[in-house]
Design a protein around this ligand. Structure first.
Ligand SMILES: *[C@@H]1O[C@H](CO)[C@@H](O)[C@H](O)[C@H]1NC(C)=O
Length: 382
């Protein structure tokens, strides 16, 4: 049953993808099978919210501004020796969120709480897409539990987006979601926005498998609009030792940004430096990224074909050179390269045919290419 549902979901997501964005939300949301955001409206009343805020009056304010990481916020941590004062808050959370491990609040604080934090966002602040948990970080963060401590009229902007959904931001609203699920605080455009953050830890069976499904789904659904979601998927794949898929996810992230030509160019330039220094593997890796970021660029594929040829990967080299031809690379030079690749692969007849075609396409260009490539062959470097 489950498998059937999944297959249907995959189909409808794919179909809606090709039919473009407006269909995307509906189909995908209906198929979403991971428990993501759980919300309890008005779990705390106005006075209770004021009491929670007051707990942090003496806590030291820490301005956390790291633009490169998309972070601009103020933190106030509740010292551990003050945790007794939030026991009643945790009690309420446990009562309203049955999915939390049920026990008395004191035990829960002791065994399952990583930290208690007040988040403040002022005008101009934000917290870009991120996750709070990685399989190998040793923290075992599980659920993030938040309480909204500002009235909706106290601030503008500042939506809390958890995966593909936005959380309600009314005073006293309680939210829980996996720390590993990508989330984001949109720009605050006015006022101040306070939330209580209780970070919990533990072990949940299937947690990372569910997280991976979420990363893949979010990258697919929202990645073109939010390149960071591809990046988060890539970092996760890297951490579970799936480097080839990680590279593809990183490339998708670059590809989804307006600067994609510059990124591809940077990879190609780095590759040229490595190639010149004799680091053929490094050059192949960078050119591989350049071709993933700009798949239709003929030049990057020619360069990659040449490097693969020098590395002795004749199948890969032929594939790249033929792909370059299809994308309009100069025929005489590329066919000259192909003839050398085929000759080295032991296909004398194919090599002769490509040589003839190269000469027919432009004898001077072909001759120049042969000379340059033979020079590289002699140059060693492996
Ligand atoms: C969440 O809010 C942000 C900021 O207002 C908006 O850009 C985004 O489209 C919203 N997402 C959803 C799923 O409604």
């Amino acid at each position: 049953m489950r498998a059937v549902t999944l297959a249907l979901c995959a189909l409808s997501v794919h179909a809606s993808w090709t039919r473009k964005l407006q269909k995307r939300g509906g189909a995908a949301r209906a198929c979403q099978e991971e428990p993501s955001l759980t919300s309890v409206p008005k779990a705390f009343d106005r006075d209770e919210c004021a009491r929670i805020l007051a707990l942090f009056e003496e806590a030291k304010e820490e301005v956390d501004r790291r633009d490169a990481m998309g972070i601009s916020r103020r933190n106030r941590w509740l010292p551990r020796d003050k945790w007794d004062s939030v026991r009643w808050v945790v009690e309420r959370m446990l009562k309203r969120l049955p999915s939390l491990p049920q026990m008395d609040a004191e035990n829960f604080l002791e065994r399952h709480v990583e930290f208690v934090l007040l988040h403040e966002f002022r005008e101009g602040d934000f917290f870009d897409w991120h996750v709070d948990s990685k399989p190998d970080d040793g923290k075992m963060r599980t659920q993030n539990v938040n309480v909204v401590l500002s009235s909706a009229t106290d601030f503008e902007g500042g939506a809390l987006q958890v995966g593909s959904a936005n959380a309600s931001l009314q005073l006293g609203d309680l939210h829980a979601y996996p720390a590993a699920l990508p989330h984001k605080v949109h720009d605050i455009t006015k006022g101040r926005r306070y939330t209580l953050v209780v970070a919990t830890r533990g072990t949940i069976e299937g947690y990372w498998a569910a997280a991976l499904r979420d990363y893949e789904r979010l990258a697919r659904e929202l990645g073109e609009e939010h390149p960071k979601l591809h990046w988060i998927l890539g970092e996760h794949l890297e951490s579970i030792e799936r480097p080839e898929e990680a590279r593809r996810a990183f490339a998708a992230s670059y590809r989804a940004t307006p600067q994609k030509p510059q990124y591809a160019r940077k990879f190609a330039d780095d590759a040229a430096e490595k190639h010149a220094a004799g680091d053929l593997r490094g050059a192949a890796e960078d050119l591989g990224m350049a071709t993933l970021v700009e798949p239709d660029d003929a030049e990057y594929r020619v360069d990659l074909g040449v490097v693969l040829w020098r590395l002795g990967d004749f199948v890969g080299a032929e594939e790249q050179l033929r792909a370059a031809l299809e994308r309009g690379a100069p025929e005489a030079a590329v066919r000259a390269g192909l003839s050398l690749v085929l000759a080295d692969a032991g296909d004398a007849r194919g090599a002769a045919a490509e040589r003839d075609r190269a000469m027919a396409a432009g004898a001077d260009d072909a001759a120049a290419a042969f000379e340059a490539l033979e020079g590289l062959r002699g140059g060693g470097g492996t």
